[in-house]
Ligand binder design. Structure first.
Ligand SMILES: Nc1nc2c(c(=O)[nH]1)N[C@@H](CN(C=O)c1ccc(C(=O)N[C@@H](CCC(=O)O)C(=O)O)cc1)CN2
Length: 288
């Protein structure tokens, strides 16, 4: 069997095309959505992701506010920029690019953000709303994964999903999104402390691999026909991405989200969705 591709680039392009009309409608009502980003340090990957977010904004008509601090920035300097973004009326939503440099208290920074401007869905208030089933911004990668599966007709309701990883951007919130009534999946969460990972993986209809361990998921770990989404990012000596999923998995799985080209573009598209939805909420119903 050779797996079908869950094409994140094409799916993200379709989402962006739909958003362009919604942004134009907001602007015609005098509401200009603006995405702010705060990048601390000079990690090449983070710089590339932030630049991509602003390219996406330009594509759909969202304004950009870019703030950068050196890797030596103190907790106080970072928090001062967060306060500025909270106050800036041109910034309708923003993100703090993660990870922050070592020694910075990330939770304190996230908690300081105005929850009404949380474009990432990672503010404790947004995560709490997700837990209690209230509407709010959804974490970009987990919801991007749901959209990618739906777009390709992969059944989520009733599926057994195994999530590998427990980080703040993917592993931790992924089961919260998948077990909502609207998704209705059954989830097993695995991580580096899981005994016999292979046993759990072989039960899965859908695997979300977000451990950051190169080629952790091998062909013999995968149930034939399963959907396997590779979200792990490690780099080889040439800076090339090595995902969590061994290339041989494509011979066993029914669907594969490649890396790059699968979930990454969906993360960026969902960020735009969150910015537009927040601006629409703030603008209120369209009387015209
Ligand atoms: N504040 C946040 N920080 C981080 C998040 C996040 O959602 N919010 N997620 C990741 C990084 N990330 C977004 O910020 C991200 C990762 C990957 C991609 C992407 O499009 N990747 C491309 C490949 C890019 C490459 O070649 O390096 C792909 O998969 O095709 C976009 C965004 C951690 N930080």
């Amino acid at each position: 069997m050779t797996a079908q591709i869950l094409d994140g680039k094409a799916t993200a392009a379709a989402i962006k095309s739909e958003l362009t009309g919604r942004v134009a409608a907001l602007i015609s009502r005098g509401v200009v959505p603006g995405l702010g980003t705060l990048l601390v340090g000079d990690d090449p990957g983070s710089k590339w992701y932030v630049a991509g977010k602003h390219r996406d904004c330009a594509e759909v008509g969202i304004a950009s506010i870019q703030r950068e601090l050196p890797a030596t920035a103190t907790q106080e300097e970072i928090e001062a920029v967060v306060r500025e973004l909270n106050e800036d009326p041109a910034c309708t939503g923003y993100i703090v690019q993660l990870p922050l440099p070592e020694g910075i208290d990330t939770n304190r920074v996230l908690e300081l953000m105005d929850p009404a401007k949380d474009a990432d869905g990672l503010h404790p208030m947004s995560l709490g709303r997700l837990v209690i089933g209230e509407t709010g911004p959804l974490p970009c990668t987990p919801y991007g994964i749901v959209q990618l599966l739906r777009h390709h007709g992969v059944e989520i309701a009733g599926a057994h999903v195994v999530v590998v990883g427990r980080g703040i951007t993917i592993g931790r919130p992924m089961p919260l999104v998948l077990t909502r009534k609207s998704e209705n999946a059954t989830v097993t969460q695995c991580h580096t402390g899981t005994r016999d990972l292979s046993h759990h993986l072989r039960q899965a209809d859908i695997v979300v691999a977000a451990a950051g361990v190169p080629h952790l998921i091998k062909p013999e770990d995968v149930k034939p026909g399963a959907a396997v989404l590779d979200v792990g990012v490690s780099r080889d000596e040439n800076g090339k991405i090595v995902g969590d999923v061994h290339p041989g998995v494509a011979e066993v799985a029914g669907w594969v989200a490649p890396n790059p080209g699968g979930v990454g573009p969906m993360t960026r598209a969902q960020l735009l969705v969150n910015v537009v939805e927040a601006a629409e909420r703030a603008a209120g119903p369209d009387a015209g």
